[in-house]
Ligand binder design. Structure first.
Ligand SMILES: [Zn+2]
Length: 261
């Protein structure tokens, strides 16, 4: 039973809030996503509160193989130092890898220099490259349109392929770059706000319709999204696209085996 359990692919949402006001108020948490992919544990975008949200759920940082940062904005990187320290057991263990865009290490690096020495490796994310950690590989297919260097990820495990489209303005290449059975989308706005480089619900609809995953999960909600009741918007998107669309909840664990068959 235990072997079967560790062989499943799960995604735990340690937070579903995004952007400044949501992070400042913590109406929704902002801890990122904890992936357990056939036993390889990976933390993506450890925003403020990640250490609290993960320990509360008995997720253990010393089991992480890697931390991946899509971009340096605070709502994604706020807890990267404490999570790195936890992953390396305070530096007692030389272990774990950190993946991040080059500009997250330039000028004001998001990670303290003393922590870098604790890690097994630091790898720089670049457009079109593929990386691996444990049993998992992931590609960063395209640089997003966002104020800082930003990459989403297309993950490949033994059993599944799924995409994480992190913060970005909508652009057509997104539909050619991502794929898989599951699409996770950071949807900050309910209505389009063309002056700001974030996805809105109509953008999500376009991406889901084009990419046709088996399921899509909306997350990283700003205040407008929250006020518009994301679960209702998800239901509407399901009807409109014919794809099962779910709005993530803080602490939700999604098992990818639901998508089999
Ligand atoms: Zn951002």
């Amino acid at each position: 039973m235990e072997a079967e359990k560790s062989a499943s692919d799960t995604i735990t949402f340690l937070g579903t809030g995004g952007a400044r006001i949501m992070v400042a108020t913590q109406i929704l948490a902002s801890g990122g996503m904890w992936l357990n992919l056939s036993g390889t544990e990976i933390l993506v975008d450890p925003g403020p509160g990640c250490i609290v949200q993960s320990t509360k759920r008995k997720l253990r940082a010393e089991k992480l193989s890697a931390i991946i940062l899509s971009h340096r904005h605070l709502d994604h990187s706020g807890d990267i130092n404490v999570m790195t320290e936890a992953m390396t057991q305070g530096g007692l263990k030389h272990r774990g890898r950190l993946f991040l865009p080059a500009d997250a290490l330039e000028n004001e690096p998001v990670i303290f220099s003393y922590l870098r020495n604790y890690l097994e490796g630091v790898e720089i994310l670049e457009e079109g490259k593929t990386y691996s950690t444990g049993e998992v590989s992931f590609t960063t297919p395209v640089r997003h349109i966002h104020p800082v260097e930003t990459y989403g990820m297309l993950f490949k495990t033994k059993k599944h392929r799924f995409s994480y489209i992190t913060d970005t303005r909508y652009f057509d290449a997104l539909t050619k770059s991502y794929g898989g059975e599951l699409l996770i989308l950071n949807v900050v706005f309910s209505e389009p706000r063309p002056q700001i480089d974030h996805l809105s619900v109509p953008d999500a609809k376009r991406l889901i319709s084009e990419l046709k995953p088996k399921a899509a999960i909306l997350t990283h909600f700003g205040m407008s999204m929250w006020r518009a009741r994301p679960w209702e918007l998800a239901e509407k998107l399901s009807r409109e696209t014919g794809v099962r669309v779910i709005s993530a909840r803080d602490g939700m664990r999604f098992d990818l085996s639901q998508l089999n068959g």
